[in-house]
Design a binder for this molecule. Structure first.
Ligand SMILES: *[C@@H]1O[C@H](CO)[C@@H](O)[C@H](O)[C@H]1NC(C)=O
Length: 249
């Protein structure tokens, strides 16, 4: 965790956002640690929804809008900030960057910790970390149901659920990731926003998953089936080589 301090230490404010089934309290120890290590750096730890389950049952669109409200209601961020998202929070930060950066306070640097930036999928043999048994038990039905508008509106993570065996359906019906990837239609604005940060840093935690290092570095998320879909982490039709650093921890 030494390097993260170097990455955060430009004295820009830091905005943090938590993952699934968490609230800001869950990552407050890290916020405190950053405040102690980098005195003078303003750290804002945002919250999504009403309680921890909101992160699971609110659509990603609503969650990104709440993150945007948290960021833009704070005048101290108007000059720019470093976005630091944990797990699903990293995905929400990506959403903010692509959808809000040109109108809201600008994210200048993007750091994600174990975030499903390239989507998420649990296959038949894998357990779904934090998704509990919901998807594993329903695995047989999941591929039929996950892209229905009912599930897309009910379960936030379904909005970036990337089923490698149903990529057509995914591209057409999945609410968030194909849109962020510019896969359904091309948006120059999203691409420009994505390229506006000076650095993208991903910390990938691979401990749970026994996949080849090669795949892990490409993946952006710890998923056993990542070899099917992680060839391009962002897929934002980017022309410029982004300054990206990946740390495996
Ligand atoms: C987060 O959830 C816990 C309960 O799990 C609660 O005690 C705490 O107050 C919540 N924090 C916030 C900021 O709502």
């Amino acid at each position: 965790m030494f390097t993260i301090l170097a990455i955060l230490s430009d004295y820009l404010p830091v905005v943090m956002i938590h993952g699934i089934n968490e609230n800001s309290t869950s990552i407050e120890p890290m916020a405190q640690w950053i405040r102690e290590q980098l005195p003078g750096v303003y750290v804002l730890n945002c919250d999504i929804g009403y309680d921890k389950r909101s992160s699971l049952y609110m659509t990603i669109e609503k969650q990104v809008n709440e993150l945007a409200a948290c960021i833009n209601e704070d005048p101290l961020l108007a000059g720019g900030f470093v976005g630091l998202g944990y797990s699903q929070g990293g995905y929400l930060m990506r959403g903010y960057l692509e959808l809000h950066n040109h109108v809201g306070a600008p994210m200048k640097r993007f750091v994600s910790l174990s975030a499903p930036l390239g989507g998420f999928f649990c296959g038949k043999r894998s357990t779904c970390y934090k998704f509990g048994k919901m998807f594993t038990a329903a695995n047989f039905f999941a591929s039929r149901l996950v892209y229905t508008s009912f599930v897309q509106k009910l379960v936030g993570p379904s909005n970036y659920w990337r089923d490698p065996k149903h990529l057509d359906k995914y591209a057409r019906k999945c609410a968030s990731l194909p849109a962020l990837d510019n896969a359904r239609s091309f948006s120059q604005q999203k691409k420009d926003n994505f390229e506006s940060v000076d650095l993208i840093v991903q910390y990938i935690w691979y401990k749970y998953y026994k996949i080849e290092l090669k795949e892990k570095t490409k993946c952006g998320q710890n998923a056993v089936e990542c070899k099917y879909y992680c060839n391009n982490i962002y897929n934002v039709q980017t022309s410029k080589m982004l300054n990206t650093r990946i740390f495996i921890i």
